[in-house]
Design a protein around this ligand. Structure first.
Ligand code: UTP
Ligand code: MG
Length: 569
């Protein structure tokens, strides 16, 4: 049985922590044959979670209101259409005010949309979507209805830096600091709802012609690693079926005529379709703005912003592997509750130290950082390798993309045993920096499939094997200079953490204690917010040229890794 792949080890509790970490660096396997209880792991599969969120979106409408005072008025109106399950009062930095209303049934949401009228003050194309606005009610119904208190306003942005700083300072331990950071920055429920409603709008608007259409969110919006305000990655399927799916009316004698595109096929056809979709979104659909067509990338995308949900979107039409990749990351986060806080800290640390940037470029991406952290947790036997999940897969786990990529792996986590590794978040974080500070990036790559280092199959500064498409390097974009910067910062932080731990033992000297030292400016007045250096920036269109990742231009070295490495005490 595959679980035998995991050996057991003794937790060396009697040794000092540093020594323990050294002991754990070997190929130990510490998954115990103990079943997870539903308290430690939500047994909701990725597909169930997606279905639940899509259902929620189908039952929801977003109504722009004048202010929170409109709540009573809107509640009264909503009750004409059916029972309301939940209402969120959502504001965009206090400027625009919305009520996100979820009904008990999708019919009620539909009735409410059907009751609406089209605005007359602007030459808008009449369009029925779940985005509405409520006119002021000039006819006051004296004595009718009771004034309901408006729910507290929620937003899709993370807590203010001062609040994060305050709470991290007040934490009891380094591990708690890491948890606090995660809790104050993670995407809230309303953020997920707004993203699924954005997808729903696209789906609804096109479903007349394409009834099988699906707009499926993937990436950080659904993989559990999302930060408040993160972008929305969407894959739009016009109705092409994945292997294993069947059209219901297979036996019908009547068949729809379909468009026969003999002049172009494959990739060119996808690009044409995306051009049409981009035009449609740009000229017909309310809320969408700043449309950019990046159709010559390996994965063609349309970028846009939604002004009502305030979400930045990347829409693709052929990216099913990325969807399964999101499912894998979701599962990794569900397997152990330490995974998400740790990834969140590593991402924040990288951002604070100027290693990542909102625009894609020669630097490491959040996605690569997530894989880097997962790989380390595989080495620590907190997480299983993808190979193990593949080995444990059953007949219901079979997934094959239209272009033949096998994305089969175990989905039902109740069949997986719990890790026996009981290290705290603080210990794991220290181990993370120690591990990568000494990692031989020059000759070794990372394989999440085996959970082990691998010889690099090609010449590149940083190699992280794409777990789904194994011939691809996820961090192919990272330049030699950025790899050096990464190594320098890993070593600095490894060294700093050693000092931090000494301080913990000998007494804290300042309120900016613990891992705050890895995130704050040198004058400790606040979080580091590195300004993007213009010479490190590239044009988005250059990034997505068909000649992928053409980052061969030599760039000046930023810092010499050996010179910058602080002396260890
Ligand atoms: P993103 O780069 O948007 O990453 O890729 P992200 O995880 O959403 O993180 P942020 O918050 O936006 O920075 C979206 C998804 O595309 C897949 C992964 O599933 C990723 O989560 N992807 C990305 C791949 O499968 N391979 C890649 O090389 C890149
Ligand atoms: Mg993303």
């Amino acid at each position: 049985m595959a679980l035998r792949m995991f050996k057991f080890c003794t937790v060396l509790r009697s040794l000092p922590m540093r020594r323990q970490r050294q002991c754990f660096s070997g190929p130990l396997s510490i998954l115990a044959k103990r079943k997870f209880s539903s308290e430690t792991r939500s047994l909701q599969s990725f597909d169930e979670m997606i279905d639940m969120r899509r259902g929620q979106a189908q039952r929801s409408v977003l109504v722009q209101v004048y202010s929170g005072n409109s709540y009573s008025d809107l509640s009264e109106l909503c009750h004409e259409f059916g029972k309301v399950r939940e209402t969120f009062y959502y504001t965009t930095n206090e400027e625009l005010h919305f009520m996100l209303v979820e009904f008990e049934s999708k019919e009620s949401a539909r009735k409410m949309m059907d009751s609406a009228t089209f605005g007359q003050q602007m030459p808008a194309v009449p369009c029925v979507t779940p985005f509405l606005w409520m006119r002021a009610n000039n006819i006051k119904k004296a004595g009718k209805g009771t004034l309901c208190p408006c729910p507290e306003a929620v937003s899709d942005s993370e807590a203010k830096p001062e609040e994060i700083l305050h709470q991290m300072r007040s934490a009891q331990s380094i591990s708690q600091q890491i948890s606090v950071l995660r809790n104050l920055t993670k995407m809230a429920d309303v953020g997920t709802r707004l993203r699924f409603l954005t997808a729903r709008q696209l789906e609804m608007s096109l479903s007349g012609a394409f009834p099988l259409i699906k707009a499926l969110p993937f990436g950080s919006s659904v993989n559990g690693f999302g930060k408040a305000g993160c972008d929305l990655d969407l894959v739009l399927q016009l109705g092409g079926l994945e292997e294993g799916q069947e059209i219901k009316s297979q036996g019908s004698r009547l068949v729809y005529h379909g468009k026969n595109n003999q002049s172009c096929n494959g990739r060119a056809l996808v690009q044409r379709h995306m051009e049409v979709i981009a035009d449609f979104i740009q000229h017909m659909l309310p809320g969408f703005s700043k449309i950019q067509r990046i159709l010559h990338a390996r994965v063609p995308i349309i970028k846009f912003r939604h002004d009502l949900t305030m979400v930045e979107c990347d829409l693709s039409m052929t990216n099913m592997t990325a969807l399964y990749m999101s499912e894998l990351l979701y599962l990794m986060g569900e397997i152990d509750s330490r995974v998400r806080p740790l990834v969140c800290f590593v991402r924040k640390w990288a951002q604070s130290n100027g290693l990542t940037n909102q625009t894609p470029g020669r630097w490491i991406s959040n996605f690569s950082l997530t894989l880097l952290t997962i790989f380390y947790l595989q080495k620590k036997m907190v997480l299983p390798s993808l190979g193990t999940l593949i080995h444990l897969a059953g007949p219901n786990d079979k997934r094959m993309t239209a272009d033949g990529i096998n994305c089969t792996f175990l989905r039902d986590l109740s069949n997986l045993s719990i890790s026996k590794n009981e290290e705290t978040l603080a210990e794991l974080l220290t181990g993370f920096f120690d591990f990568y500070a000494g990692f031989d990036f020059a000759s070794k790559g990372l394989s999440l499939v085996s959970g082990k280092e691998m010889p690099k199959p090609e010449h590149c500064p940083l190699y992280i094997e794409n777990p789904m498409e194994r011939y691809l390097n996820v961090s192919k974009n990272v330049s030699p200079e950025e790899t050096v910067r990464l190594q320098v910062e890993l070593r600095n932080s490894s060294w700093l953490l050693e000092q931090i731990q000494d301080e913990e033992q000998n007494g804290r000297e300042s309120q900016n204690w613990g891992v705050l030292k890895l995130l704050l400016k040198s004058d400790t007045s606040g979080f580091k917010v590195p300004k993007p250096k213009t010479f490190r920036l590239v044009q988005v269109k250059d990034l997505f040229s068909e000649q992928e990742n053409g980052f061969s231009q030599p760039r000046p070295f930023l810092r010499d890794v050996n010179k910058s490495k602080p002396k260890r005490r």
